[in-house]
Design a protein around this ligand. Structure first.
Ligand code: F6P
Length: 513
């Protein structure tokens, strides 16, 4: 029940794609529109509250057909079934990958944890669960890093419009100045701390949690820890030693990877901030996207199409990077979140058969919000030497109802994708003002930034990541590369320098001078 182990470059679709690339790589996107009237019918997907237009890509109909053949030749359909059915697809860690089960009911463990999340958030928001002096909890601090931080912070910020009143704070980095600054403004009587660590061994999280524990005891009391600290982990012993009451320890199943964990107990802070009903909607939206991904034909399957475009640009145009550009200031943290989800997953160079790959795997994901990004790095996108395929994300309606300003925001979104594709020819005029165009983009138009649609958007990217890994024959759900640096840092702290190179040893001396 493992995923197929097929080197994509030996397949006939891949070989034909090489020829196709040689024939078409200089074609202008605008010319592809002349291939027939139905480009928009074929290269757009209308689904639920999403309208996805991928017609502005360096993609002919023939190339698109070959890319979908690549899905078939790599057994994508079968691999998707294995992913959803709990096969051990994270082979190097011997685990299933079932974060999708966190957003569909029917699993006892999942349902029980969801009930706990709902109870805790409802009790806090209804002032039934109070601080140790009887006051309402007004602030919640999430202590965790990587997958135990990026998703919850991104989502609470993205959905801050739906806030029920409790103010979230996030402490991730091991930067005592930052932690001290956050604590300075908090009242221990009205603050809840959630320590999130799947392993409960992550040095940053444990150090920060211990620092906060000392602060809490100094400013409140050791006895009150049971009312003010919650742990989220699949290690229950260490949180107990910390003083956390067993009732306040929520588990993370083994089959949930850190970077995909926000749908379960790791999302507690989200549910507290936006309320449990909104949290349930968030899960529903993600579940709907899973159904779309499982059942739609590849040509009309949003995550699959986005994955195929990513592979096309990364492997054939050698683009290396792709940008995510949400036209909503609330989604500032989406690129950071997707960086971990994507780069920690598909940043691999050994294939599923244990061989070094001879092609590109995960690309570099980055981005920022529009219109801010227009005034920062768009110049390079328009006139630089690189091709940066990008996802432009926009919302039809504004949250607060200022439709005039929202129209200005969205006209910028439209202008940029149009300008990237069409450019501007200045024959006879100043050559510096010439803009070639032919720069690809996807437009993802969503009705409104609400919990349901955000759930769908995140699940869309998760399923894109799965598809890229599946086709490119890598294990997407381990992260051995990150482990090496962690163990060296531990050795350095212990004073074991033998294995350090000369340059690093010298820098260490400089730091300690
Ligand atoms: O950065 C590596 C990593 O293992 C991530 O995958 C994970 O999200 C993060 O560290 C935090 O791990 P934990 O939740 O166990 O503290």
């Amino acid at each position: 029940m493992a995923l197929s182990k097929i080197n994509p470059t030996i397949l006939s679709s891949w070989k034909k794609l090489i020829q196709q690339f040689d024939k078409e790589n200089n074609h202008h996107i605008s010319d592809f529109f002349k291939e027939g009237d139905n480009r928009l019918d074929e290269f757009t997907i209308n689904w639920n509250n999403f309208y996805v237009d991928f017609s502005k890509n360096r993609l002919s109909k023939n190339t698109f057909k070959l890319l979908t053949s690549l899905c078939k030749e790599t057994n994508l359909k079968d691999n998707i079934d294995k992913y959803f059915n709990g096969a051990i697809i994270n082979e190097t860690e011997g685990r299933s990958v079932l974060h999708t089960a966190l957003r569909s009911s029917g699993n006892d463990e999942v349902d029980k944890t969801l009930d706990k999340i709902i109870n805790i958030s409802d009790e806090l928001n209804n002032a039934k669960r109070l601080g140790y002096t009887g006051k309402k909890i007004t602030d919640v601090v999430n202590i965790g890093i990587g997958g135990s931080h990026l998703g919850p912070e991104m989502v609470t910020e993205a959905l801050s419009y739906y806030s029920k009143g409790v103010k979230p704070h996030f402490i991730s980095n091991i930067d005592s100045d930052f932690t001290s600054k956050i604590l300075k403004d908090l009242n221990p009587e009205t603050t809840l701390f959630i320590i999130v660590s799947k392993t409960f061994t992550t040095i940053e999280t444990l150090e920060n949690a211990n620092k906060i524990r000392v602060w809490f005891i100094e400013n409140a009391s050791e006895n009150a820890i049971k009312d003010h600290f919650i742990a989220i982990s699949n290690n229950t012993e260490v949180p107990k030693k910390f003083g956390i009451s067993p009732d306040n320890i929520l588990s993370i199943p083994d089959w949930v990877g850190g970077r995909f964990s926000l749908w379960g107990s790791v999302g507690l802070v989200i549910s507290i901030v936006i309320g449990s009903e909104n949290f349930k909607d968030f899960l529903k939206g993600a579940h709907e996207m899973d159904i779309h991904f499982k059942n739609s034909p590849f040509e009309k399957n949003i995550p699959v199409v986005l994955a195929l475009l990513s592979i096309w640009y990364n492997n054939f145009f050698k683009c290396e990077t792709e940008a995510v550009l949400p036209y909503s200031q609330f989604l500032t943290k989406l690129p950071d979140y997707l960086q971990q989800a994507s780069m920690e997953s598909n940043g691999k160079s050994i294939d599923r058969s244990g061989k070094k790959v001879n092609y590109q795997t995960g690309s570099i994901v980055w981005g920022s919000t529009g219109t801010n990004a227009q005034h920062a790095f768009f110049q390079l996108m328009h006139q630089g030497t690189k091709i940066i395929p990008s996802d432009f994300i926009a919302f039809k309606s504004s949250l607060y109802g200022d439709s005039d300003q929202h129209e200005i925001l969205n006209s910028n979104f439209l202008a940029q994708t149009n300008a990237l594709m069409m450019g501007k020819s200045t024959s006879g005029e100043d050559i510096h003002k010439n803009i070639d165009g032919n720069k690809p983009s996807n437009s993802i138009v969503i009705n409104k930034l609400d919990p349901f649609n955000l759930g769908s958007l995140i699940a869309m990217y998760e399923n894109k990541i799965f598809t890229i890994g599946s086709i490119l024959n890598v294990f997407s759900y381990d992260q051995w590369g990150v482990e090496l640096g962690k163990s060296i840092a531990k050795e350095i702290l212990l004073g074991n320098e033998d294995t350090l190179d000369k340059s690093t040893k010298k820098i260490r001396e400089q730091l300690n001078e």
